[in-house]
Design a protein around this ligand. Structure first.
Ligand code: MN
Length: 198
């Protein structure tokens, strides 16, 4: 999901009143914590976006808000890595975001924790640091659309299936990553996500 924290919508200069925005990455673009990733092609402005990841155990279409959490298996920390320069050039040309968002190893995801262990997450600190320096620092309570509403709206667009991972948008503070950087993402109660670029 894009544009789900008001301060990030504002830092990117986007409209604050639009309905939820969804885009997709392929499943094989997800990589585990501890991975070292080559700096990707086509970009000179690769940016981190730390996000709460919702792992689905069931789904379907037209899921009511009040039943949406029944389909959640658990939660993890994810990075929606973004070729920002490419994304913005595509948007300016009226083209889809795909080339800026959907590329090899662009969806790192930390260990997933079941609801039975961590409960459902609607608040809690979310951070990312680069080489030990905090870059993004917010709280899940700042999400414009909470997890039940995200699932509901996505299920209107397409069927949600068991095993789907929903990245729920990033707070403000996105910044560029270069080769040699180490990123550590954290959310209260979940395992950290640690990635290095080379
Ligand atoms: Mn994102």
């Amino acid at each position: 999901m894009g544009r789900n924290y008001l301060a990030h919508v504002r830092e990117m200069g986007n409209d604050e009143k639009l309905p939820p925005l969804f885009f997709a990455k392929a499943p094989d673009m997800v990589v585990d914590s501890g991975t070292t990733i080559p700096y990707p092609s086509l970009t000179s402005n690769l940016q981190h976006e730390v996000e709460l990841v919702v792992a689905m155990k069931s789904g379907g279409t037209n899921i009511p808000v009040e039943k949406a959490l029944d389909d959640v298996w658990g939660y993890g920390v994810g990075f929606d890595m973004t070729r920002r320069d490419v994304q913005q050039a595509a948007a300016k040309a009226g083209r889809p975001w795909e080339v800026g968002k959907s590329f090899d190893q662009s969806g790192p995801c930390g260990a997933l924790h079941p609801v039975s262990e961590v409960g459902h997450l609607s608040k809690g600190r979310i951070q990312v640091s680069v080489n030990g320096q905090v870059k993004q620092d917010s709280d899940l309570s700042q999400m414009i659309w909470d997890v039940p509403h995200i699932i509901h709206h996505l299920s209107l667009q397409c069927a949600i299936a068991p095993g789907d991972l929903i990245y729920t948008g990033t707070p403000e503070g996105v910044s560029a990553v270069v080769a040699g950087d180490e990123l550590v993402g954290t959310i209260d109660g979940l395992s950290e996500l640690r990635i290095r670029y080379q």
